[in-house]
Design a protein around this ligand. Structure first.
Ligand code: PGA
Length: 265
């Protein structure tokens, strides 16, 4: 795992936005795995500004979002489809046919989950998967104790997650109880993953993900198995790391590691 700790939140968000912009600039037909949530809102704002400023075309990009609420129609203001259309797809003129989310109002959840997995495979898999981190250690909606071998499926949301997402719905009872989410194994198949966690509320989960045991109790710890996982934190999210000094020595202020030429001793 590459652990990048930035002194402030804005720098951490900017790094993630620039990584995505750089990938698409180099490979205009990239397949992106996308995330939602409060953390990504600001990343997408920066990404749109950067892409428009530098004339980076997103019109051939394909994307697959991690998850969608079950029973929430795409045009509902709290749906992730609505979130993505508003914050990324429309501002960057991305093609509707190339941008996919699980269908939260499909007739059959299992059939929809299988269709989604097949659609990802059909385009050759995901080049870069963006991830947020739940305060309970979830990635996507893979709640604690999700199988590390799981694939796209319907999951029951924990009360912690429902409370965290309460703000997007009018009434507490409107917060969905279920979601369709990529599984841990689906996420691990992406060729690279880039997780962003900011704020003190994420510090415990961040420490468990990076330094804790590989455990379904902290689903994000599965990223320890990924050969190309980059974890981007701000100072607050990094504060419970035992090896923080080491990570900051390797990547001061999130900079790339510099290894001097070998010399014989
Ligand atoms: P947040 O959600 O960015 O709204 O904190 C992250 C997540 O739950 O994955």
């Amino acid at each position: 795992m590459k652990i990048l700790i930035f002194p402030d939140t804005e720098q951490a968000e900017a790094f993630v936005a620039l990584e995505v912009a750089a990938l698409v600039s180099k490979r205009p037909t990239a397949v992106l795995g996308l995330a939602t949530g409060g953390t990504m809102e600001r990343v997408y704002g920066r990404l749109v500004a950067c892409a428009l400023d530098q004339d980076i075309a997103f019109t051939q990009v394909r994307s697959f979002n991690l998850d969608e609420y079950w029973g929430v129609a795409p045009d509902h203001p709290a749906s992730y489809t609505h979130y993505m259309n508003k914050r990324l797809f429309q501002p960057l003129d991305m093609h509707q046919a190339l941008t996919q989310l699980p269908n939260g109002i499909a007739a059959d959840a299992d059939v929809e989950a299988a269709r989604y997995e097949a659609a990802i495979s059909a385009v050759g898999g995901i080049d870069l998967q963006l991830l947020g981190l739940g305060a309970n250690g979830h990635i996507g909606f893979n709640e604690p104790t999700s199988s590390l071998g799981s694939r796209t499926r319907i999951k029951t949301l924990t009360q912690t997650t429902r409370n965290a997402n309460r703000r997007y719905f009018d009434k507490a009872q409107d917060v969905p109880r279920f979601a369709l989410t990529m599984g841990i194994a689906t996420i691990l198949e992406a060729r690279a993953v880039l997780l962003l966690a900011t704020g003190a509320a994420k510090s415990r989960a961040a420490a468990q993900m990076i330094e804790g045991p590989l455990s379904a109790f902290c689903p994000a710890s599965a990223l320890q198995l990924h050969p190309k996982a980059t974890i981007v934190l701000d100072a607050d999210a990094a504060r419970e790391l035992t090896l923080r000094d080491y990570f900051e020595e390797v990547h001061p202020h999130g900079a790339r590691a510099s290894v001097p030429p070998a010399h014989r001793t």
